[in-house]
Design a protein. Structure first.
Lengths: 928, 536
């Protein structure tokens, strides 16, 4: 749900009147452009050129773990301290802070999972112009140039990446305010001089907004004055950069010359527009660069408002121009330049040097952790709506799914289930017996999610509010009182989730005896955690609000992460540390992947929004957040039946699969559009359920090694430049390629099947297609174009039941798609589906399935693990096979059984009947 | 691997009346009616004929038949179905996917034979309950159907009455029309002499008024002269007149000597007779010295005040236009309009000119008796005519209403006619819902607040075979960014006519359940009902 509208108290109406004045589109005027954000304007006014910064080489110190060096700004003589680290796993960390700041500057806590382990740096050479350091084994060097200061990371003779090469390093040092109210003019002059030293000349302090800034009716008091930072990066040889979600934009990031930079600032944006760099609900300051030679990443660890400029020396050129360059051989090397600007904090940047996409994912995972391994059921289908009205409604919808034989695992309750938007409570009339309701769902082996938002109704009869207030856990306003703002319940307080004590208390509120009416099959949804403040600047918290000693300005983008962190911890604690939590969040930051799922917020029931769900989730996957989805059907407005069907078909193949709808839209449960459409939706959902073993295995890997579940094609085909900008199709893991139909009235799609010499099999027809081709696929309304890579083995459960829990012990069907060399490999991962025992007690099964030399075998991949499953192998379907004379199953007890089989010569499909062997043991099937 | 797979179900069928037990064997999940296709130890042919398999592959937990018919008792086939006998209750088919899924679906527990789920056999209990409720329903239907016959009878009679009334009204309409025409002639005949007499009277009054006015003017002139002639020398001089600033021809605030002289026709002073010509030039502006302290112009401040009030009023009410409960908006607007009218009335009328007051003081003398009697006669003719016309209109209205009512679709036998012009209410925790069949549905908050229109009578909207089971009301009050409110009313058989429940399944789309004898169907015999649903 979310997005503000209707049903608010009359005191909000004026605000609403302003807010609703627009039509169906974001009201851009509510959100700042770079020009309206004083520090961005100041920083952006600074043009590339000679940097005023100089490295003071005489201050260089090299220890086992790091190099330190002072930098001086020759204009104002302010000194900075540079720290350089070589991190294990081919990463370099660059930290720049003031040498002697007036007071400490904010350094982001709780995002890195540990102090990243270092590797020694060694000094190769030094002269008055700079120093050369060795970055470990791969003939990588780091060159520190003294004047102007600049860093270059080289491999051999090739520059991989340069810092401050365009001289855009700018560090606004903390200072004492020199003006007074008595003599504003004189003060302005002084400020002017000071400002001119650092940034653009000729602007007055007032215009600079260094000490105060007003946007619309909101004044931001800046007691600490200017504090912004900026640094540029040059990426020679790079034409494609990705990441820095969340933006409603294409997968490949665009250059920002002539427009606004991409903005990272967690905001509740009402009816967001597509294809622009405006900030949305979450922010992950990680950018990936990719070329056919190398993949790298830049992780800018800063939680303040951030803007990212991207320019390219080839972006402006036409294809013809590029061809001409190529033919004439006169081209300059393509290069992408990136510039990061943040409002406060320090420069703390991790350069992930790859060189492969997989390496970058591992590198980033080693810093911020991996995707939380969700309960299996969370990967199944979720049915949500703002709102399911009451217990009877929930029961009726639940029954509707059974009557129409459509599986689902979770039904969701939005804000209306509470008693007056007091979270952790129930509306006494609509939900008088929540436990009866939950028990009813449990009897069907289904689950529920209730919403718990971070804004707390200011109401002295509300226990949660009273406790937070009495413990002093609320965020404070600049004057030290409890910060209050408007949200769903009316006047609300905002708990200070940055405070670990607050988080511990919050987590304890999820205990079964605290959250009355909750049960173990009830999970949580954190919405509005940017945080959304209806009457705040840009619909969020005032930047001068205080979290302990820090301003919201310093850590704004972290708030949402902390909310989800505390909530997930609560769900773990209530089960005594046994059960895996499931928490959905709207706001997020780097590291949020450790706590659950995210969704793309309040989208709209339009075809373009269906399309954008692909690049939005791909971008998130690249920077660690695999558990991503968009509201199926679209949140605002009402989808056409065709759009709804297509959205189910697309959502069934995206990680987080939840239908959701706005309060004011007509009902859209899957069976409300006639039997044909019900059947189409049923089929899409059933395909999802059948594929759950593969989804679960992908998430196990995401959790284990940080590899994204939903991947752009270039991740697996890094040298195939045709794939670099593709975002209308994607891979699930390595082995499934999905090209959903996202065009209204679509009669066909053109899918690109990558891989020269590879083959792909249509998963529905088993038709074989060659790789490295654009394949036109005629489609009907029932088509979901999905292909399995030749060379892979995918496990499915063909017995789709009414919830994933009901399928727990069901047998597996293995789909073996042979490569042209008659080889295939895959995995099978099984555990209890919901506890941490897979981790703590190694209770899982992980097997390597491989087909080679006409034999398919299952071998243990994790000898230290143990788990007993009743599941068995029901059927083996081998695609691209030839007809054997016999098939023999060999089991570890030495027995050999002949298997019956069927062979479809027209499609070369061999089906082995009922091997019957337990899924957890070694076995081999030999074809002769 | 899952379970032993060829479990034969032994079901006991009690031969009715004899009490002897006969054992019939069939594979798990097969209904009695298909038993003959599953013959033990003979190859099994899929029911769609697609292939034939050895019998030991029936229920072996692997799907061999495309139609799922080889696995009636396991979950192996995606499109299979499982038959529960449910002895004591109704037999049922469930999708194969519900076999051994840990959830008890069949009341005889047969679907969960290998899942570890502990199911209780509830068939007997359910059968009992169902029989009870069927019995109750049957009784209700029976009584309801009787009531329906009565309703049909009444409706028929009512309909006849109405048609009779209509014919009657048509007759009296004709008479009334004639009467109206006759009276119109009478009225017009009486009005001509009345008009002439009145005009005569008015004309003489006008003449008389003119005389009086001249008289008054003369008096005022004499008074003015006396007033102006400060030195009482029988002349009004420039100096004497100059104090009357209101006479300033160029309104520049000062009355110069030259200007004053101009007013006096160029003379330095004038006597009474010359003053007559001067007077005609100044009398419109002249203010008697008694009134000379000029009263502040009353209009201006009052105008401002009233304007202020209106703007205050606007801003006061501005937010309500956006009030969260958009239902209120319309009503608020109405209220606003009312306010506006009131305010207008409250604004004091603009100050009247003295002349006007004078005119008012002079009232016309009563008509002479002759004229008055003409007027009285005409008035009576008018009254008679109006009355006749009103009577005609009333008859017209009655006819229209009757025609409308007769024209309504009250069901195949007009059994719904009794609902016309009735209203039925249901009180929930928050609202009182009101259904006025064939008219409208509305909702009123229990604790204050205005009524919301949930839809006006639209049409019968049941499925083709049962059109009269659903009523649709639409074009209710609009929703924010949404459609107009509408209500679907589902009718079920009941002895009483009541609204039993309301809900809003989708925003602004209401659902109402309504019982009425009018939809009760002729009951089958109770035995039939009970028998048709039980397989023993």
């Amino acid at each position: 749900m979310a997005a503000f509208i209707v049903r608010m108290g009359p005191l909000l109406v004026l605000w609403l009147a302003v807010f609703l004045s627009g039509t169906w589109a974001v009201d851009r005027g509510n959100f700042k452009t770079c020009d309206q954000s004083a520090f961005c304007k100041r920083q952006r006014a600074l043009k590339p050129g000679q940097s005023p910064y100089r490295a003071l080489l005489e201050t260089l110190e090299l220890t086992n773990t790091k190099l330190t060096l002072q930098l001086i700004n020759d204009n104002n003589k302010v000194r900075l301290l540079l720290e350089l680290y070589r991190l294990q796993g081919n990463m370099t960390r660059v930290k720049i802070n003031e040498l002697k700041p007036l007071k400490p500057r904010f350094e982001v806590p709780d995002v890195l999972i540990n102090d990243p382990p270092t590797e020694p740096l060694s000094l190769l050479s030094q002269d008055e112009n700079g120093v050369v350091l060795s970055l470990g084994a791969d003939s990588q060097w780091l060159i520190v140039s003294a004047k102007p200061f600049r860093l270059d990371i080289m491999e051999g003779r090739e520059v991989l990446l340069s810092l401050n090469s365009r001289g855009l390093l700018a560090f606004e040092h903390l200072r004492i305010r020199k003006d007074t109210q008595v003599d504003p003019e004189g003060a302005e002059k002084k400020e002017e001089t000071d400002a001119a030293n650092e940034l653009a000349e000729g602007e007055t302090a007032k215009e600079d907004g260094m000490w105060e800034e007003t946007f619309k009716s909101h004044t931001d008091n800046k007691p600490n004055g200017p504090s912004s930072i900026s640094l540029d990066f040059s990426l020679p040889g790079v034409e494609h950069v990705y990441g820095i979600p969340e933006h409603a934009d294409s997968l490949k990031l665009k250059t920002t010359d002539g427009g606004d930079p991409y903005r990272l600032f967690n905001l509740d944006v009402f009816q967001y527009e597509l294809f622009n760099p405006m900030a949305l609900y979450g922010a992950i300051p990680v950018m990936l660069s990719h070329s056919a030679q190398r993949t790298m990443g830049i992780f800018w660890l800063n939680a303040a408002e951030t803007w990212v400029d991207i320019s390219s020396n080839t972006a402006g050129k036409t294809v013809f121009g590029q061809m001409l360059d190529y033919v004439q051989g006169s081209s300059e090397t393509p290069q992408t330049d990136v510039r990061w600007i943040s409002e406060s904090g320090i420069i703390d940047v991790f350069i992930m040097l790859g060189p492969t996409p997989t390496d970058v994912f591992s590198q980033y995972a080693s810093l911020t952790g991996t995707q939380a391994f969700p309960p299996l059921s969370a990967l199944a289908y979720h049915q949500c709506r703002w709102n399911y009205n009451d217990q009877e409604d929930v029961a009726a919808v639940d029954k509707g799914f059974d009557e129409h034989d459509i599986p689902y695992d979770f039904i969701w309750l939005d804000i209306e289930h509470t008693d007056g938007k007091r979270y952790f409570t129930w509306d006494p009339h609509k939900f008088p017996q929540p436990k009866d309701m939950l028990q009813g769902l449990m009897d069907k082996r289904r689950k529920m999610v209730t919403i718990v938002d971070p804004h707390i109704k200011v109401d002295s009869s509300y226990k949660i509010h009273n406790e937070i207030r009495s413990k002093g856990f609320y965020v404070k306003n600049k004057d030290g009182g409890d910060y209050e703002g408007w949200c769903w319940p009316g006047n609300s307080g905002y708990p200070d989730f940055t405070n670990p004590e607050m988080r511990a208390w919050w987590a304890s509120m999820f205990a079964y005896d605290q959250y009355e009416g909750s049960m173990e099959n009830m999970y949580t949804w954190n919405d509005m955690n940017e945080p959304s403040v209806f009457n705040g600047p840009e619909v969020t918290m005032h930047k001068d609000a205080l979290h302990g000693n820090w301003e919201n300005r310093d850590l704004h983008n972290l708030y949402g992460l902390y909310v989800q962190m505390a909530t997930a911890e609560g769900l773990i604690e209530r089960s005594g540390g046994v059960e895996r939590p499931f928490v959905l969040t709207r706001a997020f930051f780097a590291g949020s992947q450790r706590y659950g799922a995210v969704w793309t917020g309040d989208n709209t029931a339009e075809w373009e929004h269906l399309k954008i769900s692909i690049p939005m989730c791909l971008s998130l996957g690249l920077v660690g957040v695999s558990f991503c989805g968009a509201d199926v059907g679209g949140f605002f407005k009402s989808p056409s039946t065709e759009l709804l069907v297509r959205w189910y078909q697309t959502g069934a193949y995206q990680p987080f699969f939840r239908a959701h709808a706005h309060l004011d839209t007509p009902r859209r449960e899957p069976w409300l559009f006639g039997p044909e459409n019900t059947a189409l939706i049923r089929e899409a959902v059933r395909q999802r359920y059948a594929l759950l073993p593969y989804w679960y295995q992908l998430f196990y890997h995401a959790h284990h090694s940080g590899q994204p579940v939903m991947r752009p094609l270039w991740v697996e085909y890094p040298q195939d430049t045709a794939t670099f900008s593709m975002d209308d199709q994607f891979l699930l893991g390595r082995d499934l390629l999905v090209h959903p139909v996202t065009e209204e009235g679509g009669r066909g799609v053109t899918a690109y099947l990558p891989g020269k010499g590879e083959v792909w099999f249509d998963v529905h027809t088993f038709q074989k297609h060659n790789g490295a081709q654009n394949l036109y696929i005629p489609v009907t309304i029932s088509s979901i174009p999905v292909f399995q890579r030749g060379g892979s083995i995918i496990p499915r459960k063909a017995r789709v039941r009414r919830s994933s829990s009901c399928m727990e012990h069901d047998p597996y069907t293995l789909f073996v798609a042979l490569s042209p060399k008659r080889f295939a490999q895959g995995e099978l991962y099984i555990d209890d589906g919901h506890t941490f025992n897979f981790d703590k007690q190694k209770q899982f099964i992980h097997r390597r399935l491989s087909f080679a030399n006409k034999a398919l075998s299952s071998r243990n991949l994790a000898p230290g693990s143990q788990f007993i499953t009743p599941s068995w192998i029901e059927k083996i379907v081998i695609l691209g096979a030839s007809k054997p004379s016999k098939a023999t199953l060999k089991t570890p007890d030495g027995k050999e059984n002949l298997l019956e089989f069927e062979f479809d010569a027209s499609m070369s499909v061999l089906t082995l009947r009922k091997p019957g062997v337990n899924a957890g043991v070694d076995w081999t099937v030999v074809l002769q | 691997m899952s379970c032993a797979l060829l479990l034969l179900l032994t079901s006991l069928a009690l031969a009715m009346g004899t009490g002897t037990a006969v054992e019939i064997q069939r594979p798990r999940g097969v209904p009695q009616s298909k038993r003959q296709f599953y013959e033990e130890n003979k190859p099994f042919t899929c029911l769609d004929g697609s292939s034939t398999i050895p019998f030991d592959r029936v229920n072996d937990d692997y799907c061999d038949c495309k139609d799922g018919s080889d696995e009636p008792g396991t979950a192996a086939c995606p499109n299979g179905s499982f038959h529960c006998t449910n002895a004591g209750f109704r037999p049922a088919f469930i999708p194969s996917s519900r076999i051994n899924d840990g959830i008890c679906d069949c009341c005889d527990t047969t679907d969960e034979y290998n899942s570890g789920a502990t199911c209780q056999n509830t068939c007997r209990e359910m059968g009992r309950k169902e029989r009870e409720s069927l019995q109750i329903m049957a009784e209700i239907t029976k009584e309801g159907f009787l009531l329906k016959q009565q309703l049909i009878h009444e409706a028929k009679r009512g309909q006849e009455d109405k048609r009779g009334k209509l014919t009657e009204l048509k007759g009296s309409k004709k008479g009334l029309e004639g009467k109206v025409e006759a009276l119109r002639t009478v009225k017009e005949t009486a009005e001509d002499p009345e008009k002439e007499a009145k005009e005569r009277h008015l004309k003489s009054w006008e003449e008389q008024k003119e005389l009086i006015r001249m008289e008054k003017d003369k008096t005022r002139m004499a008074e003015a002269f006396l007033e102006l002639d400060d030195d009482a020398d029988g002349y009004v001089s420039v100096a004497e007149l100059q104090s009357h600033l209101e006479l300033d021809p160029d309104s520049d605030g000062s009355l110069t000597e030259t200007e004053t002289q101009g007013l006096l026709g160029g003379e330095g002073k004038v006597d009474t007779s010359t003053f007559e010509t001067v007077w005609s030039g100044i009398k419109d502006k002249y203010l008697s010295e008694g009134l000379l302290d000029p009263p502040a112009p009353v209009e201006t401040p009052q105008e401002e005040e009233s304007r202020d009030f209106v703007s205050d009023h606007d801003s006061d009410h501005y937010p309500e236009d956006y009030a969260g409960e958009e239902e209120d908006v319309e009503d608020d607007d109405e209220e606003d309009d009312d306010h506006d009218e009131e305010e207008e009335e409250k604004v004091p009328p603009t100050v009247q000119t003295p002349e006007k007051r004078e005119d008012d003081e002079l009232s016309m003398p009563p008509y002479d008796t002759e004229t008055q009697s003409l007027i009285d006669a005409a008035q009576k003719a008018r009254d008679d005519f109006d009355e006749a016309e009103r009577a005609l209109r009333e008859v017209d209205d009655q006819m229209k209403n009757l025609e409308k009512e007769i024209g309504f679709d009250f069901g195949p036998s007009a059994e719904f006619a009794y609902l016309y012009s009735q209203c039925y209410e249901l009180s929930t925790s928050e609202y009182i819902y009101r259904l006025c069949p064939f008219n409208r549905v509305s909702q009123k908050p229990k604790f204050g607040g205005s009524e919301t229109n949930l839809g006006l009578w639209g049409q019968w909207a049941g499925p083709e075979e049962n059109l009269y089971s659903v009523m649709k009301y639409d074009h209710g009050q609009g929703c924010w960014q949404g459609p107009n409110r509408s209500t679907t009313v589902k009718l079920t058989c009941g002895k009483e006519t009541v609204v039993t429940s309301t809900s809003e399944p989708s925003r602004c789309e209401y659902l109402m359940e309504f019982t009425t004898p009018a939809v009760c169907q002729e009951p089958a015999s109770l035995d039939e009902v009970l028998h048709g649903h039980t397989e023993l």
